[in-house]
Design a protein around this ligand. Structure first.
Ligand code: NAD
Length: 476
């Protein structure tokens, strides 16, 4: 059985243990047992990380595509070898079922391999001028990156935050969530073991507001990459703007799902129900606001409820568990508040709507229908195991509801009508749209949102492009 590792920060390649530093107690959300004590950075630690990142950028901006690709491929290979151990640690600290954590490792392996290929594709262009003059457009790494990764994908988020800057030739200081540090350290360790120079990527932890203010106040940092809530994203974007730093913001969503009557209902339910409860709904692209054409509404809600009741909830390390606990005590508290508000305003509760047991941060998979638009859950990202079902009459009504909120991260639509598919693709304000599918990610496709869901994309060529700046040299 995998043991939970001792915790540390990695600054200039050195493991920094707690010594006299403040600590964060890392807790297993399934059992509430303490897993470890995480050291929190003080100002001197952060200054050292900044100094190192400056050196790291000088080294890495001169690296060849082969050197960067070799590190990324090597790290992918090591993560594959270590997949079971990394996934078990992720389940211990985040709660998601072990098979989901293992898929996350595989996705990260795919991303590092894809980014390794992208290292060879950082093209420029030459503009030919009269009389032998020419202009050359080149792409250069933006500089040291401050990257803040949340807890919901404890392996995948750090993988994205580290992979793109490293492929582009940047250095990076990563602060991933204090709830899930060991998974993030395992990703960085794979890169270091694959030969990444120690100055290029570092991991700090701390009091989030202290760390982000300190790093973003420094002119050494040239780019901020953040994944998390819209409210924190707006705050960090303002800090970054003071020094005109580049930003990539992957923020909240409220995934609309439009289901038209011309579909195979059982097939759609078999697809969307597991997707809704993946990682206990703590997924920014989770399908959330189900809008069902009124002719099939009752059957949809009944089928949804039946499948939801059959889910096996428990410790993610146990066999056959389909949904684990929520990652931290804030989430079941938020569920309780949002769901009781909706029910008090007239929403119908079909199943769930309560905590499970008295140990661990469990909340039952929940189905609500007929939810008043004014209730908070229809306007705030629930980020939990709750499906919100309402009916619609016309396509226009459904599109209006899909676009009603200021979010625009992921949206989904089910219909066999190809003309309607085209209209929806055009009219829904979203960064990613799944038409008759919930598979909206992939190493080679951009992942990001519009409106309050942020800007810029991770993954795909766009993920690396976001860590580059453009320079043009005119030669007479
Ligand atoms: P939160 O908003 O306090 O934190 C979200 C993430 O941002 C965490 O990883 C946290 O460590 C980090 N963070 C918070 N303040 C920060 C700061 N000043 N500087 C740098 N990083 C900071 O809330 P939470 O309770 O952890 O999560 C709740 C909400 O966050 C959810 O409801 C969801 O909307 C959002 N969230 C989104 C994602 C996503 O993938 N987009 C992931 C996790 C959380």
């Amino acid at each position: 059985m995998t043991a939970y590792p001792e915790l540390y920060m990695i600054i200039n390649g050195e493991r920094i243990y707690k010594e006299s530093r403040r600590i964060h107690r890392v807790v297993n959300p399934a059992t509430e047992e303490t897993l470890g004590e995480l050291p929190l950075a003080d100002a001197a630690d952060l200054d050292r990380a900044l100094e190192t990142a400056e050196k790291g950028f000088k080294i890495w901006r001169k690296s060849t595509p082969q050197e960067r690709a070799t590190v990324l491929q090597g790290a992918a290979h090591l993560m594959l070898e270590r997949a079971d151990d990394i996934a078990r640690v992720a389940t211990m600290e985040e709660g998601k079922p072990f098979p989901e954590a293992r898929i996350e490792v595989m996705m990260n392996v795919g991303l590092f391999n894809f980014y390794a290929g992208e290292c060879y594709r950082l093209y420029g262009r030459t503009l030919v001028r009269p009389q032998g003059m020419r202009s050359t457009v080149t792409k250069e790494p933006v500089g040291p990156v401050a990257a803040f990764a949340p807890w919901n994908f404890p392996i995948g988020n750090p993988g994205r935050k580290l992979g793109a800057p490293i492929a582009a030739g940047c250095s990076v200081i990563m602060k991933s969530a204090e709830e899930t540090p060991a998974s993030a350290l395992a990703v960085l360790q794979a890169l270091l073991d694959a030969g990444l120079p120690k100055e290029v990527a570092q991991a700090v932890f701390g009091v989030p507001d202290e760390v982000s203010r300190h790093l973003l106040a420094s002119p050494i940092i040239r780019k901020l990459s953040f994944t998390g809530s819209t409210v924190v994203g707006k705050h960090l974007a303002k800090l970054a703007a003071d020094d005109m730093k580049r930003t990539t913001m992957e923020l909240g969503g409220h995934g609309p799902v439009l289901v038209f009557k011309d579909i195979d209902l059982d097939k759609v339910l078999d697809t969307v129900v597991p997707q809704k409860f993946r990682n206990a709904g703590q997924v920014c692209v989770s399908p959330t606001r189900f809008m069902i054409q009124e002719e099939i509404y009752d059957d949809f809600v009944a089928g949804y409820t039946q499948r939801t009741k059959a889910l096996k909830v428990g410790n993610g390390l146990d066999d056959g568990v389909q949904m684990g606990p929520m990652a931290n005590p804030r989430r079941p508290d938020a569920m309780e508040k949002l769901i009781s508000d909706a029910v008090s305003q007239g929403a119908k509760l079909h199943t769930g709507g309560e905590r499970i047991g008295n140990q661990g941060f469990y909340y039952a998979p929940t189905v609500l229908s007929d939810i008043p638009q004014a209730s908070e859950i229809m306007n705030t990202e629930p980020f939990g195991p709750v499906a919100l079902c309402n009916s619609f009459k016309s396509e226009d009504d459904a599109i209006t509801e899909a676009n009603r909120l200021p979010y625009g991260l992921a949206a989904y639509a089910w219909t066999q009508d190809s003309a309607r598919q085209k209209r929806l693709a055009h009219d829904i304000e979203t960064g990613m749209l799944g038409v008759n599918t919930v598979m909206i990610g992939g190493a080679d496709s951009p992942f990001g949102g519009v409106k309050w869901s942020g800007h810029g994309a991770e993954d795909g060529p766009e993920g690396v492009e976001a860590c580059l700046v453009t320079k043009v040299v005119h030669e007479g």
